[in-house]
Design a protein around this ligand. Structure first.
Ligand code: SF4
Ligand code: SF4
Length: 444
């Protein structure tokens, strides 16, 4: 749990500037207002009532990716994303209640859709699965081919057209049923490396079901007994970042309850964004001692899949196809969960593949939850810069460790017209495919 609340933390910034050169938005625009120091000053002034809430301030704060790179660089741990979120909560509250404000309220249908999607779809796996079924039908029925062929997509905003292009192939409903409740370690003759519960996420389990299936297999292959509780729900990260703290608390309670019944050593995630939200559950319960203790015990078990396999697992033989590979870290994984190198270290253990470090990998790719949809111009500028670094590596495989980063990097590859040259992969898929390649080579 963080030592200070956002309100306390904002008063500790000494304006030293040590955070300046890690901030992706400042790196692009060069404007102090687009950097951590400027944002802390602006948010503090607003929270303390020294400047009025207005559209310009709102837009400045909305441009923060909440990536936490600045927190990692700050010598005194100033919690810039929490401070920005608190200021955004104040702006949202003021917008609702103030009679006179120049803040543009989202149009009624947009607000209703967003509220419905966050509260009743993301938070309800059954409904999310129905959305998955519709997407699968769109992709498999020929509707996608017809839509693209007739040029219907040109009537949609550019960002939506691009997302349609990069949406992964959804598995059929028959392959998206419940995960097995228990998958034993594949090392039958040895003691398991631990009992791990798998957190499958909400969108992850619909859009990236194959990655989730591979993650369970990978944990088993590397020596863990795996349980997958069916009562788990969305981690609540998007709700919390969008100011829906009550819903985030409701989801956190459901997850704590679902996992504490399992008596496991670790709770494993394969998405940096979800993992960091789960690891910070205690911050949601500062005023609720009963849930605070339960949240702390829950969060203490959270591990990223690469971290746990690298530290405690037994990686079997794995073989590549002679390709060059690079890795774009998830910000939440490297800055909040502090898992900096584990995915790259595992990839380096694969024979017949060459790992190259991505220059400037400290910078966010511009995905940041739904930032690329809300701030498309700046997100694309950040992405284009990232892609110029990816191209320097001349890699054929681009590894990611979070679904948002996966989609954003896939979008970058698409925008560069390099879909034939660069394959975007989640680290769990890449490791599992390499293990299976080595296994089938061993049988021949
Ligand atoms: S946030 Fe931290 S690193 Fe940045 S200016 Fe303030 S004290 Fe310095
Ligand atoms: S959270 Fe990221 S984008 Fe926001 S100020 Fe910090 S480094 Fe910059």
């Amino acid at each position: 749990m963080k030592l200070l609340t956002a309100e306390e933390s904002m008063k500790t910034c000494v304006r030293c500037g040590a955070c300046r050169n890690v901030c992706p938005t400042l790196n692009i625009t060069g404007r102090e207002a687009d950097g951590p120091r400027g944002r802390v000053l602006m948010a503090r002034s607003l929270i303390e009532g020294n400047i009025p809430v207005n559209q310009e301030i709102k837009e400045q704060l909305d441009r923060c990716l909440l990536c936490s790179a600045c927190v990692d660089a700050c010598p005194i741990d100033v919690q810039v994303p929490d401070i920005v979120m608190l200021a955004k909560e104040r702006i949202a509250a003021e917008t609702e209640t103030a009679a006179k404000t120049d803040i543009k309220k989202p149009a009624y249908p947009e607000r209703t859709f967003k509220d419905y999607f966050f509260d009743h779809v993301l938070a309800n796996q059954k409904r999310l699965n129905t959305v998955g079924n519709l997407l699968w039908f769109y992709q498999k029925s020929g509707l996608q081919t017809v839509t693209r062929g007739l040029g219907i997509l040109k009537f949609f905003p550019e960002q939506m057209r691009q997302m349609e292009r990069i949406t992964p192939a959804i598995l059929p409903p028959s392959r998206r049923k419940h995960h097995p409740e228990f998958t034993p370690s594949a090392y039958e003759e040895k003691e398991p490396r631990g009992r791990a519960a798998f957190f499958h996420g909400c969108i992850m389990d619909v859009m990236f079901r194959e990655t989730n299936d591979n993650s369970i297999k990978l944990l088993s292959k590397t020596g863990f007994d795996v349980v997958t509780p069916n009562a788990q729900v969305c981690c609540g990260a998007l709700h919390h970042h969008s100011g829906k703290k009550d819903k985030a608390i409701e989801l956190a309670k459901a997850n704590i309850q679902a996992f504490e019944e399992e008596n496991v050593d670790y709770i494993i995630t394969n998405a940096g964004g979800c993992g960091s939200a789960l690891a910070e559950y205690a911050d949601l319960f500062r005023d609720d001692l009963h849930w605070l203790e339960r949240a702390k015990a829950f969060s203490a078990k959270i591990r990223d899949i690469s971290e746990i396999i690298y530290e405690k697992g037994e990686m079997p033989a794995a073989a590549g196809r002679g390709e060059r590979v690079t890795y774009q870290p998830s910000c939440h994984l490297q800055y909040v969960m502090k898992v900096k190198d584990a995915p790259a270290k595992l990839v380096k253990q694969i024979s017949n593949s060459e790992y190259v470090d991505l220059p400037e990998k400290k910078y966010c790719c511009g995905s940041a939850g739904i930032y690329n949809l809300l701030q498309p111009k700046l997100a694309n500028e950040i992405l284009d810069k990232k892609m110029s670094r990816v191209k320097e590596t001349e890699s054929a495989v681009l590894i990611t460790a979070n679904p948002g980063c996966f989609l954003q990097m896939k979008l970058g590859v698409y925008r560069e017209g390099m879909e034939d040259q660069i394959e975007t992969k989640h680290v769990a898929d890449y490791l599992m495919e390499s293990i299976e390649r080595a296994e089938s080579a061993g049988k021949q």
